[in-house]
Design a protein around this ligand. Structure first.
Ligand SMILES: [Zn+2]
Length: 292
């Protein structure tokens, strides 16, 4: 007992010293990683056997690749000091689970995933005619219906997602905004799995601030380019959760809106979108290097 008492203060002092050492070490590594922005990971959504959302004449996978390659060219020409890593730069299928790790292995500092939006399609029941049922005095005509699905939408614009738990109320609000259901990207984490909450909490603590900063810049650039701004939102996206760096998933327009499908398939439209993303990267790099 006596020995314990006399040793305790020094033991305590020693463990305090260790904790301080550890804290300062952690602070140093965080500060360094926070200030560096050397490598960006560009992730063109879908690819190969996975076309993504389909429009009247085009597929999501081709639009995302075209925009990502244009963005890569802009970065190579104007920010040659920034290393660009692609999860794919051709029309190949890459599993969602593999995309984050590709960036992690390349020591990426930011993960930018590009996708094209779509609404789920509106179902409408229309009367196509009548038919006669029953016999004799019970004979009568009843209407005949069929269900048609309207694939086209008047919904338009851009939105950018950061990783977060998707709550039901948020989803309802989102549906309210569009007036119809927006088709969800594949690869959502299971909300009911307790590990999902832990994973998202850890990711958020480390990366949410920087991800939201970037997402805000992306949306501001789209808006000043005349695009409809649907805002920054949270979703439990696996592709972001699998990467150990800040990141966003940006939806660059609706493929089942005829005007936007047209725009997304023009060289000019793709170049405008790439330029919006380029400006966001440039401004984000400035913030990171200034320690904001
Ligand atoms: Zn997609």
């Amino acid at each position: 007992m006596k020995n314990n008492r006399s040793y305790r203060p020094s033991g305590l002092a020693f463990s305090c010293f260790l904790t301080l050492l550890l804290l300062s070490f952690t602070a140093v590594t965080y500060a360094q990683s926070g200030k560096s922005f050397k490598t960006i990971v560009l992730d063109a959504g879908h690819g190969g056997k996975d076309p993504g959302a389909r429009g009247k004449f085009s597929n999501e996978k081709d639009i995302t690749l075209a925009v990502v390659l244009k963005l890569g060219r802009l970065l190579r020409d104007s920010m040659p000091q920034l290393k660009v890593v692609y999860t794919r730069n051709t029309d190949v299928f890459i599993d969602l689970k593999e995309r984050g790790p590709i960036g992690n292995r390349a020591s990426g500092d930011f993960f930018l995933s590009v996708h094209v939006n779509s609404t789920a399609g509106r179902r409408e029941r229309i009367q196509t005619g009548t038919r006669t049922v029953g016999k004799g005095r019970r004979k009568r005509k009843v209407p005949v219906y069929k269900t048609i699905i309207h694939r086209e939408t008047a919904t338009s614009g851009t939105e950018t997602y950061v990783l977060g738990l998707t709550r039901n109320s948020e989803k309802e609000r989102a549906i309210g905004e569009y007036g119809e259901n927006v088709a969800e990207e594949p690869g959502l984490l299971d909300k009911n799995d307790p590990m999902t909450a832990v994973l998202i909490a850890q990711y958020s603590q480390a990366f949410l601030g920087r991800s939201v900063n970037f997402a805000g810049k992306v949306q501001a650039n789209y808006a000043s380019n005349g695009r409809n701004n649907l805002g920054v939102k949270q979703m439990s996206l696996q592709v972001l959760a699998n990467s150990t760096m800040p990141g966003v998933l940006t939806e660059i327009g609706f493929i089942n809106n005829p005007d936007e499908e047209e725009y997304l398939n023009t060289q000019e439209g793709q170049q405008n979108i790439a330029m919006c993303l380029y400006k966001a990267i440039q401004a984000y790099k400035y913030d990171i290097e200034k320690g904001k």
